[in-house]
Design a protein around this ligand. Structure first.
Ligand code: NDP
Length: 419
């Protein structure tokens, strides 16, 4: 194994450290959790609860859930607690009265939380709002466990460049990317042939196109394996989530679209695999529980004791695999296309999908129209000559904003059009 500071992918990808660095593991680690009151935040706090002797909490943040945030801040004796919604500051202050925990509100307070000196930061704010805080942690060279997809999908190139420049370590927290992160340590970049990210296939895996077109919100929310928030569950049903993950993998590990394959694996036990030049395929397995990849990020470069269920393959019996169907799930095809197009196209893909999912939840479009709206927005964006490299967070946020407006303006005609 390589010595202390050697990072996998050498000069090209040093932001994602893929060689163990045991020398760096030491005493108490300070941690900050951005998005502490969400689903990923909850899993992270659960792990911290079980390893109090190894971690001290510096800062915790939420959007508007001041009560839940204050409860966590008290429990973990955090030094700083911040809500993004300024109208919640008085509620937070009141809930923290009698403690020495500092509190603040607004977007700048979330950025301040990320900028405070914690060794390790969980970036689990949802949506594009997570970008600037994650960059604040990256810029001071922290180890950043990255759950927020938008940092990479909206701004992947410069996000990874900034991490590399600052010497920050990006620890992939999404289960598939964490699996690749673990499997990639088995070889070198020159030996890599491809990575394979698995997909459960979602609730519509076996459905006919006409049924997928008409699927209801209730049906889309019935994920077979994972318990997650509403947006990501709908994205799993459309396989847009897998598309977002293909894009994430490309930026995280500096891979071309041709080096990333998707494999449908309904049991969600194998999360990711890496094929090397000798045709060895190295996989990471585990029960579908986000605490497993988060625990890996939290302990890295060591491993902590995790509370998740032991994997019992004999009980599971069979692991099965299928090729993805790009026709029934056009969102996956569009992800590859936008990745190949580059220059902001993945930002547009994500923004249009968010508008489409919100419209589906609001009953304004059919399930099948989600991908149609994304495709129409991408085509419109490309036609209007808007493609350009993104060089700053403001650039990415501006493209995101404009693409949302464009998707919203295309929405009525997509809603009217039958499949
Ligand atoms: P949740 O919606 O459950 O939680 C989001 C968190 O971010 C909450 O703490 C919320 O605070 C906070 N938040 C929301 N908006 C803002 C804002 N504008 N400014 C500051 N904080 C904000 O999301 P998840 O935990 O499910 O997901 C977080 C990220 O991780 C997403 O990008 C998602 O795609 C990604 N991810 C999630 C997985 C999962 O299993 N859930 C798996 C892999 C990736 P409040 O509670 O006050 O609203």
């Amino acid at each position: 194994m390589a010595s202390a500071a050697v990072l996998w992918f050498g000069e090209q990808m040093s932001a994602v450290p893929l060689r163990n660095n045991k020398a760096a593991a030491s005493a108490i680690r300070t941690v900050t959790v951005l998005g502490a009151t969400g689903s990923i935040g909850d899993s992270t706090m659960d792990l911290l609860r079980g390893a109090r002797d190894r971690f001290r909490v510096e800062a915790l943040t939420a959007n508007g859930n001041a009560q839940a945030l204050a409860k966590l801040a008290r429990e973990f004796n955090a030094r700083f607690a911040a809500v993004a919604d300024p109208s919640k500051l008085s509620e937070l202050k009141e809930a923290l009265a009698g403690t020495r925990i500092e509190c603040a509100a607004g977007e700048s307070a979330i950025i301040e939380a990320a900028a405070r000196p914690a060794d390790w930061v969980m970036a689990a704010v949802s949506g594009a709002a997570g970008l600037k805080p994650a960059l604040a942690a990256v810029d001071r060279g922290a180890s950043v466990a990255l759950a927020n997809k938008e940092c990479l999908v909206c701004a992947g190139d410069f996000f990874m460049q900034r991490a590399q420049t600052a010497g920050a370590r990006i620890l992939p927290a999404d289960s598939e990317h964490n699996a690749l992160f673990q499997a990639l340590s088995s070889g070198n970049r020159e030996e890599l042939v491809r990575v394979i990210i698995t997909a459960s296939g979602g609730p519509f895996r076996t459905w006919a196109p006409a049924d997928i077109e008409q699927a209801t919100l209730e049906q889309a929310l019935k994920h077979p394996n994972w318990s997650m928030g509403q947006k990501i569950t709908i994205d799993s049903a459309s396989m847009m989530n897998k598309g977002l993950e293909v894009i994430e993998a490309s930026y995280l590990f500096a891979l071309t679209p041709d080096q990333i394959d998707v494999l449908v694996h309904p049991q969600s036990i194998i999360h990711g695999m890496v094929e090397f030049s000798d045709r060895s395929v190295v996989a990471q397995l585990g029960t579908p529980d986000m605490r497993i990849p988060i625990a890996h990020c939290l302990g890295w470069p060591d491993r902590i004791v995790g509370p998740s269920a032991k994997l019992d393959l004999a009980k599971i019996g069979q692991l099965t695999f299928e090729a993805p169907d790009f026709e029934r799930f056009p969102g996956l095809r569009l992800a590859y296309e936008s990745l190949r197009t580059g220059r902001g196209a993945t930002t547009v893909y994500n923004a249009a999908n968010e508008v489409a999912v919100a419209a589906f939840i609001a009953g304004k479009i059919r399930f099948g129209a989600i991908a149609r709206l994304v495709e129409a927005t991408l085509n419109d964006w490309i036609r209007s000559g808007n493609l350009a490299p993104l060089t700053s967070a403001d650039d990415a946020i501006s493209v995101d904003h404009n693409a949302r407006n464009r998707a919203a303006s295309l929405l009525p005609q997509i809603a009217r059009k039958a499949s």
